[in-house]
Design a protein around this ligand. Structure first.
Ligand SMILES: Nc1ncnc2c1ncn2[C@@H]1O[C@H](COP(=O)(O)OP(=O)(O)O)[C@@H](O)[C@H]1O
Ligand SMILES: [Mg+2]
Length: 230
C-alpha cells in the first residue's frame, strides 16, 4: 500500500495461518488490519470518511492486495483513495488521471462499477478491543457486525437489508398517514409482505451464520509476519 494512514509505502507478505503484528502504540498495527478490511469491504471499519485513510501529507493513497484461497484461486483488489485537498502538499504529485471519483476500486485489474462486485471476493471480519462493544454494547452493534460479515458471504443479503429498510421506512410513513386518515390498511399490505419476507430471510441468514461460526474450530498455530517497514 501507498500513503495509507501513517504508511508511506509498505509491502507485506502474509503467511497462511496466523500472522502477528507487534509494535508500540500508534505504530500502525490497526491500520494494517484496516487496510485489509478496506480491500474486503471497500470501507474502513474505523471511519466513514475515506479521506482520513490517506496519509496526511498525500493527495491520494492506495491499498492493493492479492488474496489466495485454499484451492489456490486468487483475486487481486485495489482501492485508490482521494485525500483532503486542503492538507495536500503543494508539491505533492498530481492525482492520477484515473482518479475521477473519490474512490476507485479494481478487481483483477477491472474497474468496479458497484461495491457488489467487490464485497465477498475476499471475506474478512475485524475483531478488535474496540469490539468489546459487541459483547457489552447495544444489540445494534451486534447486528452491524453480523451484517458486515454475512453480506460478504451471501450476496443476496445486502439486497434483503436494503429491501427491509425500505419497507420499514415506507410502512412507518404509511402508519403515520393512516393515523391522519390519509391511507388505509390496504396500502400497508404490500409493505408488510416485503418487510416479512426480507426480514425472515435476514433472520435465517443470521441464524445460520451464528450457528456455523459458533462451531468453527479455533486456529491455534501462530507464526510471525515480519517485513514491516515504514
Ligand atoms: N491519515 C493519516 N495520515 C498520517 N498518519 C495517520 C493518519 N491516520 C492515522 N495516522 C496515524 O497512524 C498511527 C497509527 O495508528 P494505529 O494503526 O491505530 O496504530 P496501532 O494500532 O499500532 O496503535 C497513529 O499515530 C495515527 O496518528
Ligand atoms: Mg491499534
Amino acid at each position: 500500500m501507498q500513503d495509507f494512514r501513517c504508511y508511506r509505502q509498505v509491502d507485506l507478505n502474509l503467511v497462511a495461518g496466523v500472522n502477528i503484528f507487534v509494535g508500540p502504540n500508534a505504530s500502525g498495527k490497526t491500520s494494517l488490519l484496516e487496510a485489509i478490511l478496506v480491500l474486503a469491504t471497500t470501507t474502513s471499519p474505523r471511519t466513514a470518511r475515506d479521506r482520513q485513510l490517506v496519509r496526511r501529507e498525500a493527495s491520494w493513497g492506495m491499498v492493493s492486495g492479492q488474496f489466495v484461497d485454499a484451492e489456490g484461486g486468487s483475486v487481486s483488489i485495489s482501492v485508490i483513495l482521494q485525500g483532503s485537498p486542503a492538507s495536500a502538499d503543494s508539491d505533492a504529485p498530481q492525482l492520477p488521471s484515473v482518479l475521477t471519483t473519490p474512490k476507485r476500486i479494481e478487481v483483477n485489474g477491472t474497474v468496479c462499477a458497484s461495491v457488489r462486485e467487490v464485497v465477498g471476493q475476499a471475506p474478512a471480519v475485524l475483531f478488535s478491543p474496540d469490539d468489546l462493544q459487541l459483547v457489552k454494547g447495544a444489540p445494534a452493534v451486534r447486528r452491524r457486525f453480523l451484517n458486515t460479515a454475512i453480506a460478504q458471504l451471501i450476496p443476496r443479503y445486502l439486497d434483503d437489508l436494503v429491501r427491509y429498510r425500505q419497507a420499514l421506512r415506507q410502512r412507518n410513513e404509511l402508519l403515520r398517514q393512516m393515523q391522519a386518515g390519509q391511507a388505509t390498511g390496504q396500502d400497508l399490505a404490500p409493505w408488510t409482505t416485503q418487510l416479512v419476507q426480507a426480514g425472515a430471510r435476514i433472520s435465517a441468514d443470521r441464524e445460520q451464520f451464528v450457528t456455523a461460526w459458533a462451531s468453527a474450530p479455533v486456529t491455534s498455530t501462530a507464526s510471525l509476519a515480519t517485513g514491516l517497514s515504514d
